[in-house]
Ligand binder design. Structure first.
Ligand SMILES: [Mg+2]
Length: 270
């Protein structure tokens, strides 16, 4: 299910708060990272990755590439190079990405029970998505290194899929750097809703310094969440506009999202 929050619903919910029509209109885009921001399914992802890599590259995945904050396509080509696949133009690596992506999604589907038995929902993730879904004039989707089918599987396993509109997301199977991918997602959201989501109307909630870079390059505010491999200090150092230890404090999260995408600039150090 996709939640479409219209101005009408917002007005109906809060009839006596003096919400103006201008505030009702769609004006805010919230992009969520998935891995280590909303869910931790690293173990099953790694196992699935090795399986799909062996099936497509025809050799075992021995050297593991860095994965934090990177896209499926980046990780795949790095893995090929690290594991001795011919990377020259016309070499065997070409044309492997698409079948790999499909194989990875198939392998994860086959292991989908393990997403919940071996993985976990991160604290506050469900409540955070639910709270943002209730914010007036807001649409939310994912900006992730995962392909769309993999992203959907991971969120569906934990009952999070109904909160986001997958049609307007940005996915790691698309061979763009993440900052460009953010622009693509913003454009998709803008086209769908007939509005322009500017830099000050878009926020990326994510756990990696690479995501902070992507927000800067892609034109969005960044809200760092230190639930991944990076510490709060590292996220701040990377230039995050705000940092939270995790998603557990829903009140603060919503305040930060609202302020980062609102007319008043956020005070430094918030
Ligand atoms: Mg992440």
């Amino acid at each position: 299910m996709i939640l479409h929050l219209t101005g009408l619903a917002w007005t109906a919910e809060l009839p006596s708060h003096g919400i103006t029509e201008e505030e009702d209109a769609i004006h805010r885009l919230v992009l969520w990272n998935i891995d280590l921001t909303l869910v931790d399914v690293a173990r099953v992802t790694r196992a699935t990755y090795a399986e799909a890599f062996a099936a497509i590259a025809g050799r075992p995945l021995i050297q593991l590439p860095q994965t934090a904050g990177r896209s499926e396509s980046e990780i795949f080509f790095d893995a090929l190079a690290l594991n001795g696949v011919d990377m020259r133009a016309g070499g065997e690596a070409e044309h492997m990405l698409e079948p790999f992506s499909a194989e990875l999604a198939r392998a994860l589907q086959a292991r989908h029970d393990e997403l919940t038995s071996q993985g976990q929902l991160l604290p506050g993730a469900t409540q955070a998505l639910a709270a943002v879904a209730k914010l007036g004039g807001t649409v939310q989707t994912v900006l992730t290194g995962n392909s769309r089918p993999t992203a959907m599987l991971k969120l569906r396993a934990f009952g999070l899929d109904g909160f986001v509109d997958f049609d307007i997301g940005g996915y790691g199977s698309e061979a763009y750097p993440k900052g460009t991918l953010l622009r693509v997602a913003r454009q998709r959201a803008g086209d769908k809703h007939g509005v322009t989501f500017g830099e000050d109307a878009t926020v990326y909630v994510a756990d990696s310094p690479r995501d902070v870079d992507a927000a800067r390059i892609g034109g969005a505010r960044s809200l760092g969440v230190a639930s991944g491999r990076a510490s709060a200090a590292e996220l701040r150092e990377a230039g995050a506009d705000a940092v939270l230890p995790d998603l557990a404090d829903i009140g603060t999260l919503v305040t930060l999202i609202t302020r980062l995408t609102g007319p008043e600039p956020l005070a430094a150090g918030a």
